[in-house]
Ligand binder design. Structure first.
Ligand SMILES: CCCCCCCCCCCCCCCC(=O)SCCNC(=O)CCNC(=O)[C@H](O)C(C)(C)COP(=O)(O)OP(=O)(O)OC[C@H]1O[C@@H](n2cnc3c(N)ncnc32)[C@H](O)[C@@H]1OP(=O)(O)O
Length: 264
């Protein structure tokens, strides 16, 4: 037989093997992030903040995933890393009655994402690492103003919860957001918010506190992309479900602020 006629017969097993190898490689690439994840919840209950640095053992976003200029947050002893189970453990989230994915804290999300929050209890300051993905786009290559506003709403709500010993203690009632510079799809910025002041008065025989919050979204060179003047009121019962999830409290240890949902 002429060699040209024999070639396809020899090439086909080679092509088959190459196809299998390529297929496996692509599958491995697609599942890589999932495989890297530690088993829940035990590992995240055990880990100290200093250990939440490498993707192999930490939460879904860790120091090694952060840009260089934000890496220090993961090692600053004044800051507690915040780990809420509903952000980290999708299966538990479903079991516990959530209906969907968090607008801001979805590990699989590709819109606006706070990938790590750090709480400074002494300064009543909350700092977040924020990623802006393609699902936050409006103008070509630029993010929707609603992405920044949603982000500020999230900070306003959480700063109020972190400063309180009890869950679901309040509600955000105003999110006044100033959009100052366009945010690009793919940007990673720092969100810094604080409680400026609190005013308590009696309402219907019970104390009611207004919590005044301000925040800024800043870039690597200190440029301010957006700012917030927010107001939350405490206490307000937002959840109508009376169960163990609604009665969660904070566990503060080893540089991590966790909710007691990790024990449920
Ligand atoms: C421990 C482990 C836990 C782990 C677990 C953590 C879970 C951590 C989840 C966090 C999640 C956060 C995520 C993002 C934050 C949200 O998304 S929070 C949800 C968005 N917010 C809302 O849906 C709030 C909607 N608003 C409401 O339901 C009602 O307005 C409220 C909040 C119940 C208040 O109504 P109300 O009780 O009738 O209050 P009202 O008497 O009208 O007002 C009380 C005072 O506040 C003032 N006020 C009320 N609204 C306003 C306003 N919009 N502007 C200015 N002032 C106002 C009033 O003027 C009044 O003050 P005074 O006039 O007496 O001085």
């Amino acid at each position: 037989m002429h060699p040209c006629v024999r070639l396809p017969l020899v090439a086909s097993p080679v092509a088959f093997a190459t196809g299998i190898a390529l297929g496996s490689f692509v599958t491995l690439l697609l599942t890589h992030k999932r495989l890297r994840r530690p088993p829940y919840p035990a590992s995240l209950l055990r880990l100290r903040k200093a250990e939440l640095t490498g993707s192999a053992r930490g939460a879904y976003f860790n120091a090694e995933d952060a840009p260089e200029w934000l890496r220090g947050l993961f090692f600053d002893p004044a800051l507690q890393r915040v780990l809420l189970r509903e952000w980290e453990d999708a299966a538990w989230r479903r079991r516990a009655g959530w209906l969907g994915t968090d607008l801001i804290h979805n590990p699989e999300g590709n819109g606006v994402q706070v990938v790590a929050y750090f709480w400074d209890a002494a300064a009543l300051t909350l700092t977040g690492v924020v990623k802006f993905g393609p699902a936050a786009e409006s103008h070509r290559g630029l993010c929707h103003g609603g992405a920044m506003t949603s982000l500020m709403d999230d900070l306003c709500g959480h700063i109020c919860f972190f400063s309180s010993g009890t869950p679901w203690c309040g509600a955000t009632v105003q999110v006044n957001c100033k959009l100052m510079k366009p945010v690009r799809v793919g940007d990673v910025h720092k969100l810094v918010g604080r409680i400026d002041r609190q005013e308590t008065k009696e309402k219907g025989g019970k104390p009611l506190t207004k919590v005044f919050i301000s925040a800024e979204l800043v870039g690597e060179r200190g440029e301010v992309f957006a700012s917030l003047e927010g107001l939350s009121i405490v206490p307000v019962v937002m959840s109508t479900i009376d169960d163990a999830v609604s009665k969660r409290s904070w566990i503060s240890s080893d540089g991590v602020l966790r909710d007691s949902g990790w024990l449920l």
